[in-house]
Design a protein around this ligand. Structure first.
Ligand code: HEM
Length: 314
């Protein structure tokens, strides 16, 4: 198993890194995101009410995804694009399909870029479009890369977190009851769900900055397993149990080092609003259908992908 140390991670960070966390105003810090809580809360309450009006709907498609996308529309000031973002499936994000392919995403990002260039740095997109590296304004392709990761980063990770929370409470309603009677455990519960679900379980780092040479070795990638750190028995007692009473919870779900998740405060605040709304709703439910792909050994109890999750009110 590859052992992660802060030192070796630093060595793996390309020197030409662009720190979008340094934009102004600081979009991704806690006080900025906290201003958005009333809007997050309104979306959460509306979607929960609509969701539970139906007898049995799929959680990811009808609750988590629309909620996360609506919140992202607020964060990035593009509520008009939310329906389009919701419609993007894996066909748009990754490989090709007969229906659509990544060109849909590229066309969208290029249109945002053109629009951003007509403005004078008054929103996050125009600030990125006008970013300079070594005195040179970034290119359309670089804009596409940055904007793409900003849209992708806050999507399936948070969807998986919310869906996993609904799954867990559906199977273990006593944990929801515990939070209802002890709301001070909401903070620890968020960290514990992040650890247990590890929405982004692993990533690769390249040991050779890709922009530095044309002759890139095939073995330049090093895999980093965040899930392995999150279930390390020498750090977490009974790691396969969800336990809201852990003291310190030094999970690696957001990675760490210079590339630590830019949206970690967004995810935590969205999750806090979500849990508070669930608690205040008084709702309880049970799982009626689950099609879940679990991780391989030794993480066979940890959901990797929620294919379908249906729940019904109890
Ligand atoms: C439960 C939710 C989330 C999880 C588990 C998660 C996890 C991660 C991880 C593991 C990384 C890589 C860290 C590394 O390379 O060391 C990352 C990077 C990133 N995340 Fe998140 N993320 C979440 C939510 C979000 C949200 C809500 C956003 C934005 C709205 C976001 C935007 C990003 C961006 C832009 C990066 C790239 C940062 C960089 O390369 O400097 N993420 N995330």
């Amino acid at each position: 198993m590859f052992e992660i140390t802060a030192n070796c991670l630093l060595k793996l960070i390309p020197q030409d890194t662009i720190y979008i966390g340094l934009l102004w105003p600081p979009y991704f810090v806690k006080p900025s995101i906290e201003l958005l809580i009333p809007e997050f809360r309104a979306h959460t309450e509306k979607l929960l009410t609509d969701f539970f009006k139906h007898e049995s709907l799929e959680v990811g498609q009808h609750l988590s995804l629309p909620l996360v996308m609506k919140n992202l529309g607020v964060i990035y000031s593009r509520p008009q694009d939310v329906e389009e973002w919701i419609s993007w499936g894996p066909d748009v994000w990754t490989a090709e399909s007969e229906v659509r392919d990544g060109k849909v995403l590229h066309r969208y990002l290029d249109a945002i870029y053109e629009e951003a260039l007509t403005k004078s740095k008054d929103d996050i997109w125009s600030q990125i479009a006008y970013l300079e590296i070594d005195g040179k304004q970034i290119s359309a392709a670089e804009f596409r890369g940055i904007a793409g990761v900003m849209l992708a980063g806050g999507r399936d990770t948070v969807v998986k977190l919310f869906t996993g929370i609904m799954w867990h409470f559906g199977n273990k309603p006593e944990d929801l009851a515990l939070l209802r009677s002890n709301p001070e455990l909401i903070g620890p519960a968020i960290q514990e769900f992040l650890r247990f679900l590890t929405p982004l379980p692993a990533m690769n780092r390249t040991v050779v900055p890709e922009s530095s040479t044309l002759e890139l070795p095939d073995d330049r990638y090093v895999g980093i397993s965040f899930i392995s750190g999150n279930f390390d028995e020498s750090v977490f007692e009974n790691p396969f149990q969800i336990n809201f009473h852990r003291g310190r919870n030094p999970h690696l779900s957001f990675g760490f080092g210079p590339h630590t998740c830019l949206g970690n405060h967004i995810a935590e605040i969205e999750a806090k609003v979500f849990l508070e709304a669930l608690i205040d709703s008084g709702l309880t439910w049970e799982v009626t259908t689950e099609e879940i792909r679990f991780h391989q050994l030794p993480y066979t109890k940890i959901p990797d992908y929620f294919g379908a999750l249906k729940i019904a009110r109890t």
